[in-house]
Design a binder for this molecule. Structure first.
Ligand SMILES: C[S@@+](CC[C@H](N)C(=O)[O-])C[C@H]1O[C@@H](n2cnc3c(N)ncnc32)[C@H](O)[C@@H]1O
Length: 285
């Protein structure tokens, strides 16, 4: 079978995908260890039996909705590639809004201390570390497997201004005081039917689900972050498209100021930013 015939057949099989042809091309390029452009310039090339069988196994997995990023082991984010595996969420393009907003709030040339809670593949922390070499990033996650992925991604990008710590939300921060705390925490309610649709069943539940109708992680982070933000420090939380009003109310109730909501490129509510203005940190309950 030629490259073109294999791609044509796979595109028919991948009806579950929004981009069957592209998916097939990405997987075949991965199997052949070539750039996608090679497939267009060599459509008549005969595939070896091994390559064809390997490609067909990928196609079969993709046809079951397994995310393509897990199949090929990487995903583009910001202006770099991240290695991913089934221990980490596949980084979403929407999360770049959080990165852009953090970059607008913090001066790039100051030695700011910034924490990324629930770092997963390291997407947010590594984008900030790369854009702002003067910042000192702490990337935390409760999952040791996720931290290992993030650590390897930092190494591949030669980023030395990121430290990795295991811990549950702000526990990972010890007694540290931060200029900015950012997080894209799990926020899907366990009863949400989306969890069993598309590629989500392949992603770690730890990265997706939160108790309390999806608000458990927001509540912990927003509460605890008050003891770790310097006066005037910023908290940035990515959230689901129907959660902004309730999340803003939660932050105001906890004493945050300058609470604002932001939408992503698809005009979906996506991010809440709040400032901790109080001179005194709060005592824990
Ligand atoms: C939605 S994923 C975000 C991953 C990454 N920051 C991104 O934006 O692509 C949430 C992350 O929070 C982590 N997580 C879940 N519960 C946690 C907890 N109690 N403390 C710290 N991290 C937690 C998960 O392991 C997962 O990596």
């Amino acid at each position: 079978m030629t490259i073109k015939q294999a791609l044509d057949a796979a595109a028919v099989e991948l009806k579950c995908s929004d981009s069957p042809r592209l998916d097939a091309e990405i997987m075949l390029a991965h199997v052949l260890k070539v750039e996608r452009s090679y497939l267009f310039t060599h459509p008549e090339l005969e595939l070896s039996d091994d390559s064809l069988q390997c490609f067909q196994r990928y196609v079969a997995r993709r046809a079951q909705s397994e995310p393509i990023a897990y199949l090929v082991g990487n995903k583009s984010f910001w202006d770099f590639e991240l290695a991913v595996n089934s221990h980490v969420l596949v980084p979403r393009p929407e999360t770049e809004l959080l990165v852009e907003t953090a970059l607008e709030l913090g001066a790039a040339d100051e030695a700011l201390r910034v924490a990324d809670l629930g770092t997963g593949s390291g997407a947010i922390a590594l984008a900030l570390a790369k854009e702002c070499p003067a910042w000192r990033l702490l990337a935390a996650d409760i999952s040791l497997e996720a931290l290992e992925v993030a650590r390897q991604n930092a190494e591949a990008l030669n980023l030395i201004n990121v430290e990795f710590v295991q811990g549950s939300w702000c526990e990972a921060l010890g007694t540290g005081c931060y200029d900015m705390i950012v997080s894209n925490p799990p926020y899907i309610a366990p009863s949400d039917p989306h969890l069993i649709e598309g590629g989500l069943p392949f992603e770690p539940k730890l990265a997706l689900q939160a108790a309390d109708a999806g608000f458990a992680a927001f509540k912990s982070i927003a509460d605890e972050a008050r003891q770790h933000l310097r006066p005037g420090g910023w908290l940035l939380l990515e959230h689901g498209f129907e959660q902004q009003v309730q999340l803003k109310a939660l932050l105001l109730e906890l004493g945050y100021a300058a609470v604002s909501g932001h939408g992503d490129l698809a005009s979906c509510d996506r991010l809440v930013v709040a400032q901790w203005n109080q001179a005194q940190t709060v005592a824990s309950d």
